[in-house]
Design a protein around this ligand. Structure first.
Ligand code: DGJ
Length: 748
């Protein structure tokens, strides 16, 4: 990795083994973008990439000999108002009512490694040789605003991260009304845009459209990243597919309101941008104060969408996730939610836990309903005191009994919320987000606590930390079951109300961080009514997330497939649940439920006592399978092979880093008859190695990748004893182990 700096006509070239990113200070002092893509040679000047021309109706800087109108150049951190008519990255409302700003280059710093973004989640380095950070200083002389643009290039892989820090160096305060984290002007618009959209119980389904003149945009205004849109998008060349072609992934390391857009101007230039959603955002900066934007991560790949995802998975697994759990396999857990909902007592829970232990489970998680007056979802949130009617010896006693069974104990909390019917609300009605004099909208009977107020976060912290100190707790499931409305803090003055959405999420991060620091052994799983806050920001605190409240195996296939574009398997909570499925009433085979859930952080969401003895024995085998293979399943290289969004059959696989092992999952939604023969074309194997597949024989890697793995079964019109009977919601796993080849001649 190198950062080449040519001072004479300041040009910055960030380069590593795969990519180059080139910027230049333009003659008018703006910071221009010249190139981003596959690694190229460095040279003294890339000025041939600067294109200027006289065009009608365009504004030009005074005395500009180069005819570089801001409207036509590619910029790194543009502001609307002085000649660029596209969306700007920054907007400042100044005391005289003007929003015009014009940022000029002042200088730079080059730092080894990567600085921490205080109070914010971000990728990190463990040694200075892993990355370099270029900080470019810009200044607007009239408002006194200064910007530090941070660019970190990692030594390996197509990874570049960006953020901006805005400082008020003037004498008067101003309002920052927009401060995006990332802006990149690409020279053309020949891209497919893929976003990951959905709603509760059907999160992160890929939606693709071709870019064209105009703006393509996704956003959240719900106070969390949301089920509806995910802060991750892909731009890919139309011809690029899963395995080849140019792909850019843009991931925003943030859990609150966001906006990601691609604006194509009439000249075909694409402005890709992401950051805190400017709607309802403003931040007052007094003289001397600064604002740090969250981080955006950009991944570039020439190896298609799988290549992009693998780079991102690796980065997030190793340099976003932190702490003791980063390098450990996920414990197999059982959660009582779908087993009991609110209808439980200690005896029932222990009964579930005992059977779970027999079936190979390692961690028992007590979900919602253990505290205060929480007998249903209308009461008790905010009162984090165990209900002794249900748990006579509280959480301490239950945790002792669970751990005595040889299981770890985990606990559900929803710390950001309060029910109006709670002691907390009765004592502090102004501690929730609300507008005085207006009714507050309820959702699931609850209100959102005002985490922009440190005293509220302190109070909740004290209650949760007390339980964690007293009881043997190894895991926390941190839920969040409503979006924000009436975003207003009774504690903030009118000129600070625009800060509340962001301050709210900063309060959430603060609580996470404090709990993590004090309880580093506790594994945190984030959850927001399932997958409503499945984002890179959360992964910094919680290595895993509850992927969706939809636990149906066929739906999970699609949800997990979609989620895998931006997030690693180790982060996806995936459980086997009861049938008929509680979300859509479908009955799928137990085997299929397990074989989908294996590709994630595996667990159970049912009372195993209600299964037959034969099914319980099956579950024990599945738990053992997961124990034997979870290192590979959670930390191997993941390949999407066949999309469940494109047909009746789907496939994915993981391969170990040394290519000695792989597991392939093949799935069919509906059974058919007299159909085509099926093959799955594997990826990422050693072409010259021979792999043994149980029940099938030995095959060279190149055969499996090029001729394909034959997965034909009873749906292909075959008959005979050795043919697998086909059924709806079918799954099959193939376990590959490198071996000395037995049934094939050496091919030399
Ligand atoms: C929503 C979560 O996604 C569920 O798993 C469960 O924890 C409920 N909340 C409990 O209220």
């Amino acid at each position: 990795m190198s950062v080449f700096i040519h001072e004479s006509h300041p040009t910055f070239h960030l380069q590593n083994d795969e990519i180059s990113y080139v910027m230049r200070v333009l003659p008018d002092g703006q910071l221009g973008q010249l190139y981003f893509g596959s690694r190229i040679h460095d040279r003294e000047t890339f000025d041939y990439l600067l294109e200027g021309a006289m065009r009608s109706h365009s504004a030009y800087p005074e005395d500009d000999q180069d005819l570089l109108s801001q409207e036509h150049v590619k910029l790194e951190y543009p502001s609307f108002g002085t000649g660029d008519y596209r969306q700007g990255a920054i907007e400042i409302l100044q005391p005289n009512g003007s929003r015009v700003s014009n940022f000029k280059y002042q200088g730079y710093d080059l730092l080894p490694g990567k600085p921490v973004l205080e109070g914010l989640p971000a990728t990190y380095t463990e040694s200075d040789d892993e990355a370099e950070t270029l900080v470019i200083h810009l200044n607007d002389s009239v408002s006194g605003a200064a910007i530090d643009l941070l660019y970190t290039i990692f030594a390996r892989g197509g990874i570049l991260t960006r953020s901006a820090k805005i400082t008020n160096n003037g004498s008067e305060s101003f309002l920052l009304e927009r401060a995006m984290s990332f802006c990149l002007d690409l020279p053309d618009c020949r891209y497919d845009w893929i976003q990951f959209s959905g709603s509760w119980a059907r999160e992160r389904f890929p939606v693709k459209r071709r870019l064209d003149i105009g703006t393509t945009e996704i956003e959240s205004l719900r106070g969390h990243s949301s089920h509806q849109q995910n802060p991750f998008v892909i731009l890919k060349r139309p011809e690029a597919d899963e395995f080849s072609g140019e792909v850019i992934g843009l991931s925003f390391v943030y859990s609150g309101n966001f906006r990601t857009s691609a604006q194509v101007d009439p000249y075909g230039v694409t402005r890709l941008m992401t950051g805190i959603n400017p709607t309802w955002f403003s931040w007052k900066l007094e003289s001397g104060q600064s604002f740090q934007t969250p981080e955006a991560v950009m991944v570039y790949s020439r190896d298609g969408m799988n290549g992009m995802s693998q780079t991102l998975h690796n980065l997030y697994r190793t340099r976003l996730v932190r702490g003791e759990w980063r390098d450990q396999v996920c414990p197999i857990l059982i959660n009582n939610w779908e087993a009991t909902y609110f209808d439980f007592n200690e005896e029932k829970l222990l009964h579930i836990a005992e059977k779970a232990k027999e079936c190979g489970v390692e961690l028992f998680v007590l979900d919602d309903g253990w505290f205060g007056a929480r007998r249903n979802d209308r009461a008790g949130l905010g009162d984090w005191v165990p209900c002794t009617d249900l748990l006579p010896e509280g959480i301490v006693g239950l945790a002792d009994k669970i751990t005595a069974l040889g299981l770890r104990f985990g606990l559900w909390i929803e710390p950001e919320m309060v029910n109006p019917d709670s002691d907390l609300y009765r004592a502090h009605p102004d501690w929730c987000l609300h507008v005085p004099g207006r009714p507050s909208s309820l959702c699931r009977g609850q209100l959102v606590l005002d985490f922009s107020r440190p005293e509220v976060v302190d109070y909740i912290h004290a209650m949760i930390a007390k339980i964690l100190r007293e009881a043997k707790i190894s895991y926390i499931k941190w839920d969040m079951n409503r979006s924000i409305t009436e975003c207003y803090s009774a504690a903030a003055s009118p000129d600070h109300q625009g800060e509340i959405f962001h301050r709210q999420i900063l309060g959430v991060y603060d609580l996470y961080e404090r709990l993590l620091q004090e309880f580093p052994h506790v594994l945190l799983e984030s959850c927001a009514g399932g997958g409503g806050r499945f984002d890179a920001g959360m992964l910094y605190y919680a290595p895993q997330a509850w992927t969706s409240d939809d636990t149906d195996a066929m739906e999970r296939l699609r949800i997990q497939y979609g989620t895998s574009y931006g997030y690693p398997l180790s982060s996806m909570g995936s459980h086997v649940s009861a049938v008929p499925n509680h979300q859509l009433n479908r009955t799928t085979p137990l085997k299929t439920r397990a074989e989908v859930a294996y590709f994630g952080s595996y667990g159970y969401e049912l009372d195993l006592n209600r299964l037959s003895a034969q099914e319980q024995e099956e579950v024990s085998r599945y738990s053992q399978f997961m124990k034997d293979h979870r290192q590979l399943l959670q930390y191997g290289t993941f390949y999407r092979l066949q999309s469940p969004f494109e047909g009746n059959e789907a496939a994915w696989m993981v391969a170990s880093e040394d290519l000695s092992e792989a597991i392939v999952g093949f799935y069919r939604t509906l059974s058919t008859v007299n159909q085509h023969f099926s093959r799955v074309y594997l990826k990422g194997l050693d072409p010259d190695a021979c792999y043994h597949i149980d029940g099938m024989g030995d095959f060279y890697g190149d055969e499996l990748m090029n001729a394909g793995l034959v997965v034909s079964d009873g749906t292909s019109g075959k008959v005979g004893e050795d043919i697998l009977p086909a059924s709806d919601f079918f799954s099959r796993l193939f376990i590959l182990r490198r071996c000395g080849c037995k049934n094939t001649e050496s091919r030399d």
